[in-house]
Ligand binder design. Structure first.
Ligand code: FAD
Ligand code: NAP
Length: 545
């Protein structure tokens, strides 16, 4: 539809995405008196938790922390049943929040934003959708998600495959019954590691194709610890304040000692304690695991020893032992019975590191050396075009028709992960250059939404037409993000943090690893200093009032 033909609706803010980020942004803007509309591709709210319905999907940040913190009453009223909530439970929660604040009335579902163009004459964004809608918005907030562009690798022959196939990130709503079927799962990241034990329990035979072995730690999931819950609910707001001041958006006592200062016995004891706690606890065992290779190697070896103890067949155990990269420099996986699954008679593991999947056939798949496998169903647990994927699918054009995809050709560039120079009044929630995927994302989402909302109120109060990151501030921030990453071991892994999972994607460490608390302080200081590093265009053009 041409821009002229579209019935243009005028708004203060257009928000793209109805996950945790888009919904909270809507609520905050509505409460601040702005007119706002959300556009969402799915037919309901939930984002990640709407799309990722594969068996075993659940959060790996504890439920009591992986929930909204902006309204203490929510935490008191909602009853999580498990330490790590399942996808259906999280989806019920976000639907409950949407109902409670009557959010759906301002969400247009089953609609995909296709373009967003900045008009310099009016200082407004013209946003269009695949349904032919057009919106003129002063502000555009991209709440499009960091892990929302599911990616099936470009395998030859997928169209010819006669069986069923699924991507974990676009799972059928009605579920899938694998009973009696031969199934192939490609991938061994978090989604695979969660789903493989459940698929194995149903399938006649499951074959797992592993390119890179992953570090995974036990969740030790169970019912909510009521005593712990009561303790944090005494002052949930303070608990969340502490999360926002922390390194990763979760409240943990920081490690105090170097792994290299500890004796081997002390190290073993500490790792064992944290292994028993479960989840990400082990990552915080010592202060230098993320920055010192020798220290890191002690944790890596500890996890490998656990894999060897668990997996009965020594050859399979060795294949499951990660060796190519430092511990936890790819996203650490948290599992329930993953390694144990390889002790089942109906499960086999195939190494595709040096003998990759070369094509999908009519009946299954083939490896480079010609070995063929037949399957009733194939599951692609192959991940996402992370952090930039959803944005890159929208034709975003800023000043002078500058295309975001061209600007980011060599990797994303932002100031604070909130804005890109050349794109005034356009914000990204948990965008590249912010802690986002290295944190409890709900904490990071709330911090961004609060900052953006405060910023919009400030601009309104000061009758300011535009806010735009300066190129200088952006350059300095990008340098800082890279410098901080280079102090760590993270760039040593071929991870999606670096875009390494997408052939041709520039290798740039995208999230900010300096910590949620430090980062939030920086954002607050920038605002206090009159939005330092942003150019504020003083007065509204008359045409835009
Ligand atoms: P999303 O939930 O991804 O929502 C974005 C929405 O935008 C989607 O609904 C999408 O349809 C919509 N959208 C995108 N582009 C367009 C467009 N052009 N037009 C219209 N709509 C569009 N994080 C944690 O902190 N802890 C966890 O335990 C955790 N577990 C995870 C498990 C899985 C399986 C995955 C995939 C991610 C997990 N994450 C976890 C990260 C998770 O993505 C975030 O925690 C959070 O849910 C992101 O919320 P969001 O609103 O920013 O984005
Ligand atoms: P992922 O971590 O990117 O894993 C994708 C897997 O597919 C990797 O093992 C990858 O191998 C493999 N792969 C990709 N292309 C392949 C190919 N052509 N041939 C063979 N193997 C291929 O994706 P994900 O598991 O969906 O997880 C993405 C992120 O979402 C996680 O890191 C996490 O942040 C979040 N998540 C969290 C949870 C949770 O526990 N709460 C669950 C799921 C997802 P390589 O490693 O070699 O690239």
């Amino acid at each position: 539809m041409s821009e002229a033909a579209a019935p243009v609706r005028t708004l203060d803010a257009l928000i793209v995405g109805a996950g945790f980020a888009g919904l909270y942004q809507l609520l905050r803007l509505r409460r601040a008196g702005f007119t706002a509309q959300v556009i969402e591709a799915g037919d309901n709210v939930g984002g990640t938790w709407y799309w990722n319905r594969y068996p075993g999907a659940r959060c790996d940040i504890e439920s009591l922390e992986y929930q909204y913190g902006f309204d203490e009453a929510l935490a008191h009223e909602w009853q999580w049943s498990e330490r790590y909530a399942t996808q259906p439970e999280i989806l019920r929660y976000i639907n409950w929040v949407a109902d409670r604040f009557d959010l759906r009335k301002d969400v247009r579902f089953e609609t995909r934003v296709t373009s967003a163009h900045f008009n310099e004459a009016t200082n407004r964004w013209l946003v269009t959708t695949d349904r032919g809608d057009a919106y003129s918005a002063k502000f555009c907030v991209m709440a499009t998600g960091c892990l929302s562009a599911a990616r099936v690798p470009d395998f030859k022959g997928l169209d010819s495959y006669k069986g069923e196939w699924y991507h974990t990130g676009e799972w059928p709503h009605e579920g899938v019954d694998f009973t009696g079927k031969t199934v192939g799962v490609i991938g061994t990241g978090s989604s695979a590691i969660q789903s493989i034990p459940l698929i194995a329990a149903q399938a006649k035979h499951l074959t797992v194709f592993q390119r890179t072995a992953n570090f995974s730690v036990p969740a030790h999931n169970g019912p909510i610890d009521e005593e712990y819950k009561a303790k944090i609910l005494q002052d949930y707001t303070a608990f969340r304040r502490a999360a926002r001041a922390s390194q990763g958006g979760v409240v943990r006592a920081p490690a105090e000692k170097s792994a290299l200062e500890a004796t081997p016995e002390e190290r073993q004891r500490e790792f064992e304690i944290r292994w028993e706690i479960g989840g990400f606890a082990i990552g915080g065992a010592f202060i230098d695991l993320a920055i010192n290779e020798e220290a890191n190697a002690t944790a890596a070896e500890f996890v490998r020893s656990k894999i060897r103890q668990t997996v009965k067949d020594p050859a399979t155990a060795e294949l499951l032992c990660p060796r190519d990269y430092p511990f936890a420099t790819k996203r650490l996986c948290v599992d329930t019975g993953y390694f144990e699954t390889f002790n089942r008679d109906n499960v086999s593991l195939v190494d595709v590191k040096n003998n990759p999947v070369s094509e999908i056939t009519e009946t299954g798949l083939k490896l480079q050396d010609g070995t063929a496998y037949d399957f009733d169903a194939i599951v692609f647990a192959t991940g996402f075009d992370a952090m930039t994927g959803a944005l890159s699918k929208i034709d975003i054009q800023g000043r002078g028709g500058l295309k975001l995809n061209e600007k980011w050709e060599h990797g994303p560039r932002t100031y604070l992960g909130l804005q890109a120079a050349g794109f005034p009044n356009l914000f990204t929630i948990t965008g590249p250059g912010s802690p986002s995927v290295l944190s409890n994302m709900i904490v990071s989402i709330e911090q961004h939404v609060d900052w953006i909302t405060d910023c919009l109120e400030y601009l309104r109060e000061h009758e300011t037409a535009t806010i735009e990151a300066t190129t200088r501030a952006e350059d300095e921030w990008v340098d800082h993000v890279n410098t901080v990453a280079s102090f760590t071991l993270y760039p040593k892994a071929n991870s999606w943090y670096l875009g390494a999972n997408v052939p041709g994607k520039p290798r740039v460490f995208m999230p900010y690893i300096g910590g949620v608390g430090n980062y939030a302080q920086k954002c607050d200081q920038v605002a206090k200093d009159g939005y330092e590093g942003f150019a504020l265009d003083a007065k509204e053009p008359v045409s835009a009032r």
